[in-house]
Design a protein around this ligand. Structure first.
Ligand code: PMP
Length: 308
């Protein structure tokens, strides 16, 4: 996604013009990945723009900071209101929201204690030209030769920038082999997730997804899909999935803030089910998009209006 600048970025406690939200080249995070981030979306609803999963994302940001020992100098309610303030300031009806917490400029060396912890929140439009195709036809994926980080190496549960070197290697390999996306196994060889998406399978009428212990990021969209699955009366199973489940599945899809609900039509060159979006995927998609438009009863719990 090429960036389209907005008016302002929330930068260490105040809104500054987009071009002025800058850091020094010797900022710690740039060298040692001492940063964590979030990715949220605001959707247009009858009550104006509303942020999807705001509290869950703010909670995850604070958990990520705690896990990587990054003492964020604001409390949850300040970050929560700063997110809403930034979307309002930039006048978006819909947008992507990127909060970032990082170790800034001060000293050099891996141990970052002398470096200030800085926070920014940027918002910008996220419009993919092939949106319709992605939602209806979906993507072809390949299982990566890279594995997700072992549980005692990097903390997959934290949305830590360093983890995305693994994600970038997965995407690079997938593209080189002609796939749209990569799927990663964990070090035990069980299915983990995509480079920036959780994965779901539909088989024998049940909805399957890997558990937290499979080195995944606990997606906010994943939690919403699990809820929708239960509401639809599906048997919902968070279980270790062997690789061959990918080939046995009737349907497969990704979930994520950017991916939303993206069908997977093929894995490793083999069609998933009939090689097109399946009926359960479509029902979950319809329910999810109705929710993000603010049309369902569940929407209240998931959407926070930007203008109260
Ligand atoms: N896994 C990874 C590695 C991700 O980067 C993301 C995107 N944040 C997800 C899963 C999906 O999480 P969410 O639904 O919260 O966007």
């Amino acid at each position: 996604m090429k960036l389209t600048p907005s008016r302002s970025i929330w930068f260490n406690g105040r809104l500054v013009p987009w071009d002025q939200a800058q850091v020094h080249v010797l900022s710690h995070a740039l060298h040692y990945a001492s940063s964590v981030f979030e990715g949220l979306r605001a959707y247009p609803t009858p009550r104006g723009p509303a942020v999807f999963g705001l509290d869950a994302h703010v909670d995850r940001l604070f958990t990520s900071c705690k896990i990587v020992r990054l003492p964020i100098p604001y409390d949850r309610s300040r970050i929560r209101s700063a997110i809403l303030e930034t979307v309002r300031e930039n006048g978006h009806e819909a947008c992507y929201i990127r909060p970032l917490v990082w170790r800034g400029y001060g000293a050099l060396g891996v141990w970052p204690d002398e470096n200030p912890v800085e926070v920014a929140i940027a918002t910008f439009p996220w419009n993919r030209s092939n949106e319709k195709d992605l939602r209806e036809k979906g993507v072809g994926v390949g299982v990566s030769s890279w594995r997700r980080m072992a549980p005692d190496t990097l903390p997959a549960m934290a949305k830590a920038s360093g983890n995305y070197l693994n994600s970038a290697l997965v995407v690079a390999e997938a593209k080189r082999h002609g796939y749209d996306e990569g799927l990663v196994l964990n070090v035990e060889g069980y299915v983990s997730e995509g480079s920036g998406q959780n994965i779901f399978l539909v088989q024998a009428g049940a909805l399957w997804t890997p558990p937290i212990a499979a080195s995944i990021l606990a997606g906010v969209t994943r939690a919403c899909v699990l809820q929708i699955g239960r509401e639809l009366g599906l048997s919902v199973r968070e279980e270790r999935l062997p690789r061959e489940m990918l080939y046995a599945a009737d349907e497969a899809f990704f979930s994520g803030t950017v991916a939303e609900i993206t069908p997977i039509h093929s894995i490793d060159g083999l069609p998933v089910g009939e090689g097109k979006r399946g009926p359960v995927t479509q029902r979950i998609q319809e329910r999810f998009f109705a929710l993000t438009r603010g049309e369902t009863a569940e929407a209240r719990a998931w959407l926070t209006p930007v203008r109260s």
